[in-house]
Design a protein around this ligand. Structure first.
Ligand SMILES: Cc1cc2nc3c(=O)[nH]c(=O)nc-3n(C[C@H](O)[C@H](O)[C@H](O)COP(=O)(O)OP(=O)(O)OC[C@H]3O[C@@H](n4cnc5c(N)ncnc54)[C@H](O)[C@@H]3O)c2cc1C
Length: 542
C-alpha cells in the first residue's frame, strides 16, 4: 500500500505537532506515531519551558546561562535565535489554550520557577505537568485540523533515499542525496505502507531507552537518528548524554522523574545517613548543573555501596508541596512515600540526548527535503550540556523556523516526486519463534551502555563496549531479514545503531567536557576539541 502527502511528519510530540499545525493550512500533512499519539517524552515533561518573561530577566542572561551550560560547544547564533524567539512561542501556546500556572501576583501572567543553571526565575510551567498540558492542546488542535491525518501505531522503518534505491537498482544516477518519504509498519494491520512525501520531518524524540535506567518513555529508542544515519545524514555530538540526577528509586516506579524544580525550590540531596553532600562537589551545591549533580550522586553511591540517595523537601509546608508538585506528591504516595514527611529515594538516569541529526537554523538536515526537529536534532543550541527546560523551547522555535522555510517556498519550486518508489515487502517465511533473540539483545545493549558508556567513562570500557556492540550488530544484520518484522525488532536495530554512534562519538572525543567525562582524559582540551563531533556513514556503494 502506498500513500502520498505533501509532508510526512514522524512523531507526535511538541516538535511534530507544533510544526504540523503551522503548515497545515497550506499542505496536507501525515503524522505517523508509533504508539498512541500522546505517548511522547513531551507528555511527561514536568518542569516547563525556559523563556525570558520576568521583569528582572534579559535575553543576555538567558544566553549567558545557556552558553555556560554548553561548555564551549554551543553555536552562539543559534542560542541567540532560540532565546529571542522564546517569549513569542510561549505567547502562542497561551493563545492556543495552554493553561500555564499563574503567579500569586495577579498582574504577573506566569508563575516563573527556577531550575539548576538558570540565574533567574524563567521557567513557565503548568504545575508539575507542563508537557501533559502542552500535548493535550496540540493533540486536540491537530485532530481538529482537516489537513492533518494522524496515524497511530505506525512505526517508521527507514527513510526512502536515493542511496537505498540505487542499491536496489531502481535508480541509475545519483545527484545530491534527497528524501522521498519513509517506509512505515502499521503494527495493528501488520502491513508495510510506503509514505510518499515531498518533505519529511524527523520529530522522533530522544534515545534514553538505550540505557537500562532512564526517565524516558518506551518510545525513546533513537529511531530518527538511526534512520537518518543509515540514509547517510550527518549526525553530531552523540557522546553528550544528559543523565538526570533524580529519578524515583522504587521497584515499582518505571521511568518516573523527580523534577529539577524540587531542587530549585530548596530540595537538598542527602545520603542514607541523612548527611547533605553536594557542598563537597560544587559551590552551587544542590543547584549545580545536572552533570555535576549526577556525577556527585554516582560517586556517593559507588563509595557507599548504597542503591540510591535521598531528596529532602520536608522543610516546606505540606500544603505548598501538594499545590506545587501535585503529580510527584501523588505518585510518591501511591508507592508509600510521603514527600511531606520523608525524603524521596532517587537515582540518576539517562534523560536527554544533546546530540542528534545535524541541522541548520531552519531545521534542514544534510539530506535534501529532510528536516529534523526536537530532541532528534542537533541544532547547536545545547553544545556539550543542555540547560534545563531549554528543550521544549528549542522544539517550538525550530518547528516555527522549519515551517517558515517550507511556507516561503513557492508552490512550483519542487513538485517533483518519485512516482515509482518501490514497495518494501514483509519478509517471506519469517520466523516468529525467535523473539528471545530480540528481548535478550535489548537487555544486553541497555546494560552494556549503562555499565560501560554511562556517567563516568574510560578508554577501556568504551573499547570493550564497541567490540560487544559490533558483535550484536552482526547478529542483528544476520537475523533481521529472517524474523517477523515487528516494532521490537525495528527498535532493537535502531537501539544498536544509536549505541554504536554514542560509543564512536565518545571514543573520538579525547577530553572531558560538559556531559562527557572520561577518566583517562579528565581535562578539557580547547585546542583540539572545541568543535562538534561529526559522524556520517561512508558514501554507500551504488
Ligand atoms: C520525564 C521527562 C521530563 C522532561 N522535562 C522537561 C522539561 O521540564 N522541560 C524541557 O524543556 N524538557 C523536558 N524534557 C525533555 C523534553 O520533554 C523532550 O526533549 C521533548 O519533549 C522532545 O520532544 P519531541 O517532539 O522531540 O519528541 P517526543 O515528545 O519524545 O515525541 C517523539 C515522537 O516520535 C514518535 N516516534 C519515535 N520513533 C518513531 C518511529 N520510528 N515511527 C513513528 N513514530 C516514532 C514517538 O512515538 C513520539 O510520538 C523531559 C523529558 C522527560 C522524559
Amino acid at each position: 500500500m502506498s500513500l502520498t502527502f505533501d509532508i510526512l511528519v514522524i512523531g507526535s510530540g511538541i516538535a511534530g505537532l507544533s510544526f504540523a499545525l503551522r503548515v497545515a493550512d497550506r499542505y496536507r500533512v501525515a503524522v505517523v506515531t508509533k504508539k498512541e499519539k500522546i505517548e511522547t517524552s513531551t507528555n511527561y515533561a514536568q518542569g516547563g519551558i525556559a523563556s525570558v518573561l520576568g521583569p528582572d530577566d534579559s535575553f543576555d542572561l538567558h544566553i549567558r546561562d545557556t552558553l555556560q551550560a554548553g561548555d564551549g560547544l554551543c553555536h552562539g547564533d543559534i542560542v541567540e535565535m532560540v532565546v529571542k524567539n522564546g517569549p513569542a512561542r510561549v505567547q502562542e501556546l497561551t493563545e492556543m489554550g495552554v493553561g500555564f500556572s499563574r503567579g500569586q501576583d495577579p498582574s504577573a501572567p506566569f508563575d516563573l520557577s527556577r531550575e539548576g543553571g538558570h540565574s533567574r526565575n524563567r521557567i513557565v510551567h503548568a504545575h508539575d505537568m507542563t508537557g501533559r498540558e502542552v500535548e493535550r492542546v496540540l493533540v486536540s488542535m491537530a485532530e481538529a485540523h482537516p489537513n492533518i491525518e494522524i496515524f497511530e501505531n505506525h512505526i517508521a522503518i527507514d527513510l526512502i533515499v536515493e542511496c537505498h534505491l540505487l542499491k536496489r537498482g531502481l535508480l541509475t544516477t545519483r545527484k545530491r542525496e534527497r528524501c522521498w518519504g519513509a517506509y512505515v509498519l502499521d503494527t495493528r494491520g501488520n502491513r508495510i505502507i510506503t509514505f510518499h512525501a515531498k518533505n519529511t520531518l524527523l520529530c522522533s524524540g530522544g534515545a534514553g531507552k538505550v540505557y537500562i535506567y532512564t526517565s524516558n518513555p518506551d518510545v525513546a529508542t533513537g529511531d530518527g537518528v538511526a534512520m537518518a544515519y543509515r540514509a547517510g545524514a550527518v549526525i553530531a555530538n552523540m557522546e553528550f548524554v544528559q543523565f538526570h540526577p533524580t529519578c524515583l528509586y522504587h521497584p515499582h516506579a518505571k521511568n518516573f522523574l523527580i523534577s529539577e524544580a524540587l531542587r530549585g525550590d530548596g530540595g537538598r540531596l542527602l545520603d542514607k545517613r541523612g548527611r547533605p553532600f553536594m557542598e563537597k562537589y560544587h559551590p552551587l551545591k544542590d543547584l549545580a548543573f545536572r552533570d555535576i549533580v549526577a556525577r556527585a550522586i554516582d560517586t556517593e553511591m559507588k563509595q557507599s555501596g548504597d542503591d540510591c540517595v535521598y531528596l529532602d523537601m520536608t522543610h516546606h509546608a505540606p500544603d505548598f508541596l501538594k499545590r506545587r508538585f501535585p503529580n510527584i506528591h501523588e505518585k510518591c504516595l501511591t508507592l508509600g512515600i510521603d514527600m511531606t514527611r520523608e525524603p524521596i529515594p532517587v537515582v540518576p538516569a539517562a534523560h536527554y540526548m544533546c546530540g542528534g541529526i545535524l541541522t541548520d537554523r531552519r531545521g534542514r538536515a544534510s539530506i535534501d527535503h529532510l528536516y529534523a526537529l526536537g530532541e532528534a536534532a542537533c541544532t547547536g543550541l545545547h553544545g556539550a550540556n543542555r540547560l534545563a527546560s531549554n528543550s521544549l523551547l528549542e522544539a517550538l522555535v525550530f518547528a516555527h523556523s522549519a515551517a517558515e522555510d517550507l511556507l516561503a517556498q513557492p508552490a512550483s519550486a519542487d513538485d517533483s516526486c518519485l512516482r515509482e518508489v518501490p514497495r518494501l515487502e514483509m519478509p517471506k517465511n519469517a520466523d516468529s519463534s525467535e523473539m528471545v533473540l530480540i528481548t535478550y539483545n535489548w537487555d544486553i545493549i541497555r546494560r552494556l551502555m549503562w555499565n560501560y558508556v554511562g556517567i563516568v567513562r574510560t578508554d577501556t570500557r568504551l573499547q570493550l563496549a564497541q567490540n560487544h556492540l559490533a558483535q550484536i550488530q552482526r547478529e542483528i544484520d544476520e537475523h533481521y531479514p529472517n524474523i517477523s518484522l515487528n516494532s521490537d525488532l525495528i527498535e532493537l536495530r535502531n537501539l544498536a545503531t544509536v549505541a554504536e554512534i554514542i560509543v564512536t562519538c565518545a571514543r573520538k572525543r579525547l577530553e572531558s567536557r560538559g556531559l562527557h567525562y572520561n577518566v583517562d582524559h579528565p581535562q578539557k582540551d580547547d585546542a583540539h576539541w572545541r568543535q562538534d563531533t561529526l559522524l556520517c556513514l561512508d558514501e554507500p556503494a551504488a
